[in-house]
Design a protein around this ligand. Sequence first.
Ligand SMILES: C[S@@+](CC[C@H](N)C(=O)[O-])C[C@H]1O[C@@H](n2cnc3c(N)ncnc32)[C@H](O)[C@@H]1O
Length: 245
Amino acid sequence: MQSSKALTAQLLGMLLIAILAGAIPTVLHGAWRLALLQGLAAALFSRPLKQPAWWIPIHLLFLPAALALLTLELPAWLYLLTALLLSLVFWGTIKGDVPLFLSSPAVTDALHQILQQEHASSLIDLGAGIGSVAVPLARQQPNLQVEAWEYAPIPWLITAWRSRKLSNLRVVRMSLWQCELSHCDVVFAFLSPVVMPRLGEKVRREMHSGSLFVSSSFPLPDWQAETVIALTDPMATRLYCYRVP
Ligand SMILES: C[S@@+](CC[C@H](N)C(=O)[O-])C[C@H]1O[C@@H](n2cnc3c(N)ncnc32)[C@H](O)[C@@H]1O
């Protein structure tokens, strides 16, 4: 699990710096210097622990950021509130699940075209976030039945609020693994490489023949994409489109 690997990297970083500070106290002293070196050590330890590269800046900045916050002398309840809010947004991330990050409007535009080419009457967004895909598509295509599945409380609440005037958008606060895909023409997901093998099995098992599965950024292993759409948005997003056999 990524959270236990992250903790291990941080602790190893602290241990190494504590040992070095004991061995060469004239060089290694001062809270800021120690915090910066601990960040560097933790980032290096994260590599053999096989953490994804995006953990490197988190390790580098974790202890220095904690130190910086301490100097502000903020009340303790503010930390608790922040932790609570973050956990309501990034619900399963601590377990190593998919975090919240948003598709660009270019993704929505491309999906709009795909849905029209497919003459699709229904779309499911698996892990809908704050509805950045589901809401504009439901708005643009009133005849399209859209389902947005999201389990993180705050993103779900935002999508539910944004859908309040859209009778063709159903927002479900449940895990996407409980979503039945068989009734849908097009299924969209923007998740993570970790879940793609399991998702591929679900798509093969549940989606009806001839329907389309579109994955943003992460391909399905062992599947041949019918088309790959390269977008010119800031993330250079690729949409992998799979026809269900
Ligand atoms: C990368 S974001 C994509 C958001 C949106 N679909 C978009 O394209 O802008 C992934 C979302 O999936 C949600 N998610 C991750 N695992 C989930 C699960 N098992 N069930 C429901 N939602 C999940 C996360 O909370 C996050 O909001």
